[in-house]
Design a protein around this ligand. Sequence first.
Ligand SMILES: [Zn+2]
Length: 364
Amino acid sequence: MKSSLGIGSVMGIPIKLHITFLLVLPVFVYVFAIYPEPFGFARVEPPLTRYAISALAAILLFVSILLHELAHSYLARRYGVKIESITLFLFGGVSAMDEMPRKPGQEAKMAFAGPLTSLIIGSICLFIYGYLISPNPVLSKNSVFGILWTLGYMNLVLGIFNMLPAFPMDGGRVLRSFYATRMSYVKATQSAASVGKFFAILMAIFGILVGNLWFPLIALFIYVGASEEERSTQAEVALENIRVEDIMTKDVVSVSPSMSVEDLVQFIFQKKHMGYPVMEGDSLKGVVTLTDIERVPYTERSAARVSDIMTRNIVSVPSTARASDALKLISSKNIGRVMVIDNGSLVGILSRTDLVRILRLRSE
Ligand SMILES: [Zn+2]
């Protein structure tokens, strides 16, 4: 996601704001400002104070969403899943994980941690408002404390709402793991996403009928989230039944570790591939790519050897691996190609370009 802005990190996890978040924040401030409590602050006067309080409430709402996401991440980590980042966008947050916990029980607990956090935040806010603010005549007149009521209410809604069994809500993950026992993971995701879209449409219609803007706003978030989830699995569908051996490059062009970087540049111009395995006799020593060359200054290219600049950490798959798994590996490691290795010997190379070409052919 390049369309997002890093704002810091919590528990070592980078937190990012998606561009859609910045666009939608003013909409939230506006919606807070036009509805009376507990949906908003329409009765607060003068307008400047009303908008200031609405803005503060919108920011605190997103902080609550961040806490919700952190709860997912905390449990996921305990189950050994690596969390790359958390991105806040539109109405919600998304934790980018290497993979989901495999055991259904763990996935369910991890999915439940978020709504539980929202319910706890909501209860605390409403408790403080109900027992400390509301009975006190001085404090209850101060509209800043009204934020506690609205925020408490919103968090309860967020918590209950996320338990709905539909993607992209957390309950959707539980639904998917249920579906996944009867069909492929990808098809299960699609089914859970369809349920999510159906919910979104119902919710938008309901909101328009009762004349409350919160519903279509949330419905939009659900629809976009469900579509996103579906799209990311479509690539997997296209590659699901293809084996790496069917699409890999078999006649591998390799280079020797003793070749100079200057000669390697000439070699790349002739062969036109962007990356090469480095072979010494029959054994694979590493991988060298155009990016490795770019790090070497021109003046040092005649003296430097391929062995000085190559990557020794070789990322590989067996030829029988699924193409969709190879794509996942390439994306998660952010590399251009994987080596295809059977019984210790190099049998081919599969590049990101090969996969993109297959995806394009499939979609036509
Ligand atoms: Zn969640």
